[in-house]
Design a protein around this ligand. Structure first.
Ligand SMILES: *Cc1c(COP(=O)(O)O)cnc(C)c1O
Length: 484
């Protein structure tokens, strides 16, 4: 008889390798502020990652060594000078949850077990946080992209009728609206739901990069006149380019008047509702029919963790329920506890993401999480002023929350887009800092997003100083056209 089990042959050797692994992980986290921001994977490691499928295994000790070698090569978002895109900085406490979660190996598709109650608790906290009614529903998901698909599916099914779950949406000309600054995950959701990304109208923005509400009303009117069926309007609470927040209260009024589903993309911005200083800007979010947001961005839960909340649990349930016989609820025993999470989303087997969110709130409490958000906004204002005071940089967008877009504008240089892009890439490659780029009004911007509880003001000073130095060097090397 084969003795095949995947448990260790030698628990004490396994245990000692695991303890060493834990120490290495803690060392990595304790020294998060040291060294380079981003280090590309060395060529020899890339080559080593092209091996054949292993036939025989290795010891826990050998495995530990391989993992420790990998530790330095993350995205860099645990470092205080990581300012790219919208990445959360993570936190050491997450290790507790990940270890416990691995030991439990729970499947949260459904049934009646401890992990399910943790997810329910987390969702209850989310309702409280966002001002959603006690009987609204929700689901913990991988992130805002998945949350958006779930929310818009509920919106679609409610408008078209549940028959579309069987027959498809056919030729129903559904259309929806979001600002021109809205995230690309919205168009992808329209695509995946068979509505088509062209049916997401991109409404122009005002000077503050918020949706122009008069333009929205005109777009709805035009679509109706053409026989299209408007079904959803999507407000952005914290746009990815500049951190703009649409006028959610007014959007909610328009949605009510026009009988449209109001969805809010609050990927990183919604969690700023914790801050006394920002909460007012988000007023109206509690009126949304659905809300998508992330824990892994401005709350720093380790990747990945997001949430969808849906005002009408009934509409939500009807859009996803329908279990085959082998999954039926039993009233008692392990298969009890209706409804199950599987009734609210597309995934059957689901990991225990809720655990790291639960431990995160328990460990830090909302006061401290709010403080970290406020700190980032103050840092963004500081950077904004620094840019405004400088003669060689210019600001490219107003600063509402935590994102500062600017560019280096030395005299007599023509191709500023090229120059600024090169500055950003050089900062990244030298391991100094990691801002990203975006295009605003046709101009390339150095984009500094601060969703980072480890960032200090001196990190921003260094960024600006080094960006200028690199700019000067690049011009001296004459790789940039100087107009004379
Ligand atoms: C990040 C982001 C998304 C997508 O969220 P994921 O968690 O990456 O799936 C959507 N909208 C906005 C505004 C974002 O910043």
């Amino acid at each position: 008889m084969s003795k095949a089990t995947l448990d260790p042959d030698n628990w004490s050797a396994f245990r000692s390798a695991a303890h060493k692994m834990l120490d290495a992980a803690l060392d990595k986290m304790e020294s998060a502020g040291k060294g380079r921001v981003w280090t590309p994977l060395p060529d020899e490691m890339k080559a080593a990652l092209q091996s054949d499928l292993p036939i025989t295994g290795i010891s826990a000790e050998e495995l530990r060594q391989k993992l420790e070698e990998l530790l330095p090569y993350g995205v860099g978002n645990t470092h205080p000078r990581f300012f790219g895109w919208v990445h959360g900085a993570g936190n050491p406490g997450g290790i507790f949850a990940e270890i416990t979660g691995a030991a439990m190996n729970a499947n949260l598709g459904g049934r009646d077990h401890g992990a399910i109650y943790i997810e329910k608790q987390v969702l209850e906290w989310c309702r409280q946080l966002m001002g959603f009614p006690a009987d609204s529903s929700g689901l913990i998901v991988s992130g805002t992209s998945m949350a958006t698909i779930i929310a818009l599916k509920a919106a679609r099914d409610q408008r078209v009728g549940l028959e579309c779950r069987k027959k498809g949406v056919g030729r129903v000309a559904l259309v929806g609206y979001a600002s021109a600054q809205a995230h690309s995950c919205l168009g992808r959701a329209f695509d995946l739901l068979g509505i088509g990304s062209d049916s997401l109208r991109k409404v122009p923005c005002d000077a503050h990069f918020r949706m122009d509400l008069e333009a929205l009303k005109r777009a709805i009117e035009e679509d109706r006149a053409e026989g299209n069926i408007p079904f959803v309007v999507i407000g952005t609470a914290g746009s990815v380019n500049v951190g703009a927040i649409d006028a959610l209260e007014k959007l909610a009024d328009i949605a009510a008047l026009e009988n449209l589903w109001l969805h809010v993309d609050g990927a990183f911005g919604a969690t700023a509702i914790l801050s006394n200083k920002i909460r007012d800007y988000l007023a109206g979010i509690e009126r949304a029919d659905s809300l998508a947001f992330d824990f892994h961005k401005w709350l720093h839960v380790n990747y990945d963790a997001g949430c969808v909340l849906i005002r009408s649990a009934e509409v939500h349930l009807k859009a996803f329920s329908g279990r085959p016989e082998y999954l039926l609820e039993a009233g008692r025993g392990l298969a009890a506890g209706n409804p199950w999470p599987v009734d609210y989303g597309p995934e059957l087997s689901r990991g225990f993401r809720a655990l790291k969110i639960w431990t995160h709130f328990l460990e830090h409490g909302t006061d401290k999480l709010a403080e970290a958000i406020d700190k980032n906004c103050i840092q963004a204002s500081y950077l904004k002023e620094k840019i405004q005071d400088s003669s060689t940089f210019e600001l490219l967008a107003p600063v509402t929350l935590n994102i500062v877009c600017f560019r280096y504008v030395p005299e007599d240089v023509k191709n500023l887009d090229e120059l600024n892009k090169e500055i950003v890439i050089t900062l990244q490659e030298k391991g100094i800092a990691a801002p990203s780029t975006t295009i605003l009004n046709g101009q390339l911007a150095i984009r500094v997003n601060i969703t980072n509880h480890r960032t200090e003001l001196r990190n921003l000073d260094l960024l600006v100083e080094e960006a200028e130095k690199i700019g000067i060097t690049l011009i001296l090397e004459k790789s940039f056209k100087v107009c004379k």
